[in-house]
Design a protein around this ligand. Structure first.
Ligand code: ATP
Ligand code: LTN
Length: 334
């Protein structure tokens, strides 16, 4: 609890251009929850280097991502929006938690298996212990809730296991966090292969709609979306392409899948694709406009970066000092 409010933590990697999967599955929910909780939203740049990055590119993308958090509607005076690398507590707590995490647990992580297969030439130890750093992110702020897409549930479970194990030894040190997954948009699929998650690192640009895509590109990508030959619009697993389009539509408009199915009763796939494309264009328009405005204001963004790093450090240190004491590190002499 901070000032009587429950705490929320979430983060995203600056590993590419955000897709509507990131927006509808995570960022949009962050904005919805931001009044109710004391929020920490991090640009998790320590996580990003588990895959090789070009330094100048990473710096640029990290700044764009931080700006995008604000453009999406998060008020940086109320929400702590900051770079993970500006708070050394993340790495320090991560080390300690590494000593409370089993190899066997990490071996089961599907994201590790996927990423290791994708980057076979660089299966580094950071990639393997990535979930421990994520646990440190969350536990450092004593977060009660963590809004994420479905793909991150396994990492939330291991976070809870690590926290419970630590608490079992040292008493109630960490708050046990709950995941928050939105009703629609929790798993947006690729437009070219609805069996695959839409991902910012997909090589096929038609598979993903990027947050910064212009309206014509968005409509074109939806027109090309892979569907089926069943010629009916229903929300069912038998029609994953159509289901995905309906999911996107619902996440953009706030409608339920029943309402959407009723609305498109009797329509052709072409009409559906166009309507979904248009709903995405209007959902993204304000974000794109604010992003363009904010990007011009260097001094404002710099001030946010500084202020919020200080705030994050303050809360992070509180937990870190407590943990260091619990595990038996000597007290600091002032
Ligand atoms: P990468 O392709 O680099 O692995 P990614 O697109 O999967 O990246 P992340 O940075 O891993 O994105 O995820 C940021 C947030 O967006 C997480 O909360 C994640 O659950 C959510 N997210 C990512 N992809 C989707 C998706 N297709 N549908 C819904 N949520 C998603
Ligand atoms: N692993 C997450 C990003 C992430 C995160 C976090 C999300 C790192 N630390 C803490 C929630 C809470 C991903 O989206 N790939």
């Amino acid at each position: 609890m901070i000032d009587g409010k429950k705490v929320l933590f979430s983060g995203m990697q600056a590993t590419g251009t955000l897709t509507i999967g990131n927006y509808l599955g995570a960022l949009q929910n962050w904005v919805k929850l931001s009044d109710e909780y004391e929020c920490f939203y991090s640009v998790v740049d320590l996580h990003s280097i588990t895959v090789r990055q070009d330094p100048a590119e990473l710096r640029k993308r990290a700044r764009n991502l931080l700006t995008l958090y604000i453009a999406a509607g998060l008020d940086p005076k109320k929400n702590c929006i900051y770079y993970q690398s500006h708070v050394s507590g993340h790495a320090e707590l991560s080390w300690i938690l590494n000593c409370f995490t089993y190899m066997g647990e990490l071996n089961r992580m599907t994201q590790f298996k996927d990423k290791a297969a994708k980057h076979a030439d660089n299966i580094n130890a950071g990639l393997f212990t990535y979930p421990v750093l994520m646990a440190a992110d969350i536990l450092l702020y004593q977060a009660d809730v963590v809004p994420v897409g479905i793909d991150q549930m396994q990492h939330l479970e291991i976070t809870r296991d690590i926290a419970q194990r630590f608490n079992g030894v040292y008493g109630d040190v960490f708050t046990i966090p709950e995941p928050y997954v939105g009703k629609s948009g929790a798993k947006i699929m690729s437009l070219q292969d609805p069996a695959k998650k839409m991902s910012k690192s997909d090589e096929n640009p038609n598979a993903s709609v990027y947050l910064m895509d212009d309206p014509d590109t968005i409509i074109r990508k939806f027109k090309r979306a892979v569907t089926d030959s069943m010629a009916r619009i229903a929300y069912t697993d038998e029609q994953p392409g159509i289901k995905n389009l309906l999911d996107i539509y619902c996440a953009c408009t706030g409608k339920t899948s029943e309402e959407a199915v009723k609305e498109f009763d009797g329509s052709g796939y072409g009409d559906l694709k166009l309507a979904v494309g248009e709903s995405v264009v209007s959902a993204l328009k304000p974000v794109q406009e604010r992003f363009a405005e904010l990007s011009k204001d260097k001094a404002y963004i710099d001030e946010i970066i500084k202020e919020n790093a200080d705030k994050a450090n303050y809360y992070a240190m509180k937990t870190l000092r407590k943990v260091q004491k619990k595990v038996g590190f000597p007290e600091r002499i002032r």
